[in-house]
Design a protein. Sequence first.
Length: 367
Amino acid sequence: MSDMGIYLPDCPDEHIPALICAENIAELCEKQSSVEIRLRAHIRELAEALMNMSEIHQKENTIQELLKKRYISSQSKRTYEKIDIGNDLFRKSSFTADEMRDLYHKFCPFSGNKNDSTGEVITSQSRLGAEFDNVLLRVELCLNLCLMTDRQTLEKMTPQGMLGAIISPAGGLSVSYLQNIYSDAAFEKLAPLLCGTDNPDSFPEKILCEDLQSVCDDVESGKSPYCILPIENLSDGRLGGVRKLLLNYDLKIAHTIALKQSGLVFALLRKNLGIINSAKSGPLYYEFTLHGGEKPKLGEIFHAAEYLGHKVHRIESLPLSYSDTEYLYDVILVCQEREEWILAFILYLILEAPGFSAVGIYRHSEI
């Protein structure tokens, strides 16, 4: 037994300092685990309070009144479940991204923004201590918010929705593209995803265009709900001219397909975000752009994505046409295929990087 009251086995004197340190570390880890359990419980109740406030913010309820109900958690693992708040209106409330962002930055103690009531800058170290990663705490909050509401409500938070429509096979469609042997091959492989059959007689109508801009014009005017464009090749990566067309026409990627023999990748595009329901195989990608002003947040965004099981597949900088010094950052993630985890990440972007723009959520296949 040492003078400090810690049991020490029969060992050389030079081992004693290391054993004492190990004992102290173990004790601190145990305390930290207890704090983390309590912290997650408070994050969960903060999420409930924010959801409540988004519905009844006209009333004179304060955050203290909404936090009367306390959760007691004895679980050390990250487990989540749908929460019965007791009033279904909360789960089906209608609120905007701006309203939720205002509440988030006002009451979230680890968002790194000013507290409107005091003007004091709140940081993770001043409130929670350096041992906790405030990015992950924000992600936990977003995940709880997603689990406390339904997808329909979340979709209303952005003009295009968070994930967009579920696209089921249908007849009577048309697809515009610039005809050549490669785009014809891409059409033959993409058409079954839209009509739900390999029978060419049921394929969407081909609308052949003279140039790529005319292809985009067809979708913008409603002449065709879909178009096919080449978006990258093995030698040059993403094609800059086509990328500008996607930005100018605000087209969203619904699927991509690689033609191995030609080294060219084609994209199936539409006006709005959407996931093709019949495309079951291949990795699921989420692509978005950030303005250059959001560059300092890229590390945090990647950290948040990794925590939710999403992996960074690619990031590219795109020069803006109106500036020689400013860029857009195009980010592609390989998604963890669990809807709540995807929605939580998108909600994180809405709250932390409101200037982001979704490019598409899609699968990729190769022929």
